[in-house]
Design a protein around this ligand. Sequence first.
Ligand code: NAD
Ligand code: WQD
Length: 337
Amino acid sequence: MEILVTGGAGYIGSHTCLELMENGYDVVVVDDLRNSDLEALRRVEALSGKALAFYNFDVCDQDRLDKVFGAHAINSVIHFAGLKAVGESVGMPLAYYANNLGSTLALAGCMKRHHVRNFIFSSSATVYAQDNRMPLAEGDALGCTNPYGWTKLMCEQILRDLCVAEPVFSVVLLRYFNPIGAHPSGRIGEDPAGIPNNLLPYITQTALGRHARLTVHGNDYDTPDGTGVRDYIHVVDLARGHLKALEYAKRNRGCEAINLGTGRGYSVLEILRAFETVNQVKVPYTIGPRRPGDLAAVYADPQKAGELLGWQAELGIEDMCRDAWNWQRNNPRGYRT
Ligand code: NAD
Ligand code: WQD
């Protein structure tokens, strides 16, 4: 059974491809490598001992997508391809809307033409409105503050409407919280271009000595130690969640939004301490001002994933910190090492 994985060379996509291949699925990847490296897929093949089919083109290209659907017996689609930097999206909204909506529309149209019904979509906790109480449950108010977030919310709406019009479709909107960590082999992991915005890659690069220190964005939040609290989830747990979502989509029709988080929040200082302790390395830091747009605390209610998918996160913060460092240490320049 072939699964089409768009954006399969990226951070979450590569881990999911590996999990799929290790569980007997045949994988077809479409990725134009705009934010990734083919080396990730070579390593996925080496780790799994299996080959995958790879196509290098833009998922917005319907004609080329049609040919891929014609050439493979695709049963389900996992759509990771997209632009994902919140700050960048504010400066280039049109590129974000064109790519994230365009790729989703192209794929959904192609699936309809080729009678492929199961669609797993990469959504984000960023679709929740800012004034919700924690933990965030799927029925909570939605709303965004930046173009990236809106692209995710708009894609959710497009796919919900599709399921109303075409009741044979089965769509799972997976709302990820904060994916971190890497495969325990240290062979695949997060490889951000340029200076990272996200906490964990900044920590691992600082531990390597590439940055003098981490700036903690604010310590005057209404949280136990004043620093921001997030629901960090191991990327391998997240990848496994996609396999559970695939199984669910095959058994059910309609559209479901489901959180993938642990339900437990950690502060920036807790992460720093855990990282230093488990890896026995020092990460110098300084306290800076709050980062505009940040919330004090964001964490999931993961109950629905447990009930519908039979999934819950199994790996803890020590695993996440150890595996993130194992990847970075072994690949100081990412896939270009
Ligand atoms: P990533 O950038 O590592 O992977 C995305 C992949 O898609 C890259 O390989 C990129 O080259 C490819 N791509 C982008 N646009 C494309 C296009 N039009 N055609 C073909 N390939 C294209 O990102 P990631 O962290 O693996 O995220 C995967 C998905 O999960 C994204 O949709 C992202 O918005 C979503 N998400 C990520 C996070 C996170 O913190 N990493 C959190 C919530 C949601
Ligand atoms: C985590 C915590 C920062 C960097 C973002 C997107 C979200 C989702 C995941 C895609 C916060 C603090 C960070 C640093 C710090 N992506 N921090 N110093 O902002 O929760 O979520 O990525 O869907 O949409 O917004 O993640 O890793 O940037 O920050 O103190 O150098 O670490 O203030 O409290 P965030 P993050």
